[in-house]
Design a binder for this molecule. Sequence first.
Ligand SMILES: *Cc1c(COP(=O)(O)O)cnc(C)c1O
Length: 394
Amino acid sequence: MFTKNNVNFDKYFLIKQYNNNKLLDISHNYLQLQFKNIDIILDEIRNLVIRGDFTLGEKVHEFEDKICKRVGSKFCVGVGSGTDAITLGLKACGVGFGDEVITTPYTFFGTIGGIYNCGAEPVFADVGTDFNIDPEEIEKKVTTKTKAIVPVHWAGLICEMDKIKNIAIKYNLKIVEDACHCIDARKDGFHAGLFGDVGCFSLHPLKNLNVWGDGGFIITNNEEIYEKLLLLRNHGQKNRNEIEIIGHNSRLDSIQAIVAIYVMDNLLDNITKRRIENSKYLTTKLTNCIDSEIISCPVSDGSNKHVYHLYCLRIKKKRDELLNFLLNNKIDAKVHYPIPMHLQKPFIKKYKLGDFPIAEMLCKEELSLPVHEFITEEHLDTIVEKIRVFFSLH
Ligand SMILES: *Cc1c(COP(=O)(O)O)cnc(C)c1O
């Protein structure tokens, strides 16, 4: 820890986040296991260095083609991060300074940063108890300045896109989907990110399709938007000598494209399958032994394929005590997240406690359990048993 201008920074908190599993029996972190056999990736990287194909080369295009095939989109553009995907997606839809963008206070900051970085102002609308933005709340927030909606498909569950699309049509708004939790998620057969104008994804190490650092991508079926995105990620350059628009430097790194291709080709089907199996197993076991007045498990109807990037419970009594109890029993329960965006320091001048009651309630109730591909049925039985014991004592 060090202190500068009266602000406490913990500049090593990310290192701790990646290493906390050493003290735990059942951990959220699985990266050392996932990347145990890396020789194929390292060989590809060696070839890349020999070719000198460092930026926007063959591997980035190969990755983009594979994403199009996997999700069923016409176009894909690899960018520097999930946050950049949101910024460039909004810009490509014509959103910028002076515009308002409606989004959820129940999200990771990347959604909000992505909106600010294009020059627009985020306007919050409360969520429902499924953690996703409530379409009725969106409509209440529309003003003459509103240009776009950024729904976040929280945890891997796609929002009520029919209703959100109707609002967008009624008020002539763009939809930029924050689908960072949603690789492989589908609703009525359509992949996340294909309901609006663009869909934004992150390749961060802790996402379901992950690389060895930062990365992201955008999908769209709109050719005009696609062409604008190609310019926006690469300085606005049309060719070596001519600048067409004001752009960014936000190219998906070729090295990360190699890692992403490897994960997609070799691991992702199993990652998605195992997360769904583990989550359904937990839900069945927890609903059998604990009253729904105390715990509610994530739900999704048959048409909505939830991919459980997070397995988010609502613990309606003694959440923090349960969290500590599980950690003391070496089970890595987490809270995603304890503070809604409107109550974070940069926004507290504009908003106050009570403004978004459902989001605030969920921040007090949410508890995530690990469901990744290395979690076994035995782990899950241990977790359920500990939760059962906790509530039999409280
Ligand atoms: C991870 C994440 C982002 C940002 O992704 P980065 O690649 O870290 O920039 C945005 N929105 C949500 C909901 C996320 O979980």
